[in-house]
Write a protein that binds this ligand. Structure first.
Ligand code: SD4
Length: 320
């Protein structure tokens, strides 16, 4: 068996690219790194890698993490600037015994010393988004946190090894130095090859409070299917936050177990995910929460897939 699951439709091309690695008995780590790099390199996905949306000071600061669920190797970079592929740097850091999580300048110095590709990650398109958001904020008092899509993935290879990875520019207009859940083991991602793995996207500040990826893996260990584990973890965190704080941020998750069974759940309307297994070509599903806390997974239509890309690639007008 092999399989791979990822947050959001934007992971489709990356997953399509790496499924041959998994089907030809390659390793999960190479599939995760290869697929996430594909998302990082695509300039129109505005919350991951190149073209990622900047912070308040119009600087692109990126978070990424890599966890090997067999060896329990973990690496992460936080608020790193001007490197093309944070996921590769996180994977490299996972190979060491200590110094596995590096932030800001320390992460950049490490990446430079290992000759990772340096790149100006702020695109002209992202500058227009920044400018327009400032205009919107002036006029409509929009939340600076609206609009964000992190890529998170879990892969299972034919050797039974599992790996998880994340990459994000975090929240648009975040404070410099802000780090979300994506870089934190247990929150943005978790995987144990003897059980399964999970990864999250949404409002990092809230996702962390439920250590949600770990919670999903823990529920799978108790015997829940990936789908039931995702549903239960999302519902409990959403309820808990609403009860105490009156509101819950966006919470969306995907999971896969060691048999290649998968699940996805969300508390929002427009979450999508990509999954591929030995018996399922890379496929995009949209997730619709039901009133009873269960989810329906709808196969994304051709029209929906096309309009997703069109929307992201359409010319941007600079707001006056
Ligand atoms: C963060 N969780 O930095 C990330 C953002 C995200 O979909 O997932 N957006 O809080």
């Amino acid at each position: 068996m092999w399989g791979m699951i990822a947050t959001w439709r934007m992971a489709l091309e990356g997953i399509q690219k790496v499924t041959p690695i998994l089907s030809q008995e390659g390793i999960a780590g190479d599939a995760i790194e290869g697929a996430i790099k594909e998302v990082e390199d695509f300039p129109y996905f505005k919350s991951v890698g190149y073209g990622g949306l900047p912070n308040e000071k119009m600087e692109v600061e990126l978070d990424a993490a890599y966890l090997d669920g067999s060896r329990f190797d973990f690496g992460a970079v936080c608020a790193i600037k001007n490197f093309a592929n944070p996921i590769s740097i996180a994977r490299e850091l996972s190979h060491y015994k200590v110094n596995n999580v590096l932030v800001g300048q320390g992460a950049q110095e490490f990446a430079r010393s290992r000759h990772f590709e340096e790149k100006e990650m702020l695109t002209d398109r992202a500058k227009i988004h920044y400018h327009n958001r400032l205009k919107d904020l002036e006029q409509e008092q929009l939340s600076p946190y609206a609009g964000h899509d992190t890529v998170g993935m879990v892969a299972l290879d034919t050797h039974g090894d599992m790996v998880a990875g994340t990459s994000t520019s975090g929240l648009f207009m975040k404070k410099p130095g802000r780090v979300g859940d994506s870089a934190f083991i247990g929150s943005g991602l978790y995987v144990d090859s003897t059980i399964g793995g999970a990864t999250a996207t949404g409002l990092g500040e809230d996702l962390m409070k439920g250590v949600i990826s770990y919670e999903i893996v823990r529920l799978m260990k108790e015997g829940l299917s990936p789908q039931k584990a995702c549903e239960k973890a999302v519902k409990e965190l959403d309820d808990r936050l609403k009860r105490t704080r009156g509101e819950a941020g966006d919470i969306s998750v995907v999971a896969m177990n060691r048999n290649g069974d998968f699940g996805a759940a969300t508390n929002i309307d427009n979450f999508s995910f990509v999954v591929a297994t030995k018996s399922l070509a890379p496929t995009v599903f949209r997730v619709h929460p039901q009133p009873d806390g269960t989810m329906s997974h709808e196969l994304a239509s051709k029209e929906w897939l096309e309009s997703y890309l069109e929307e992201r690639m359409k010319p941007l007008e600079v707001k006056e």
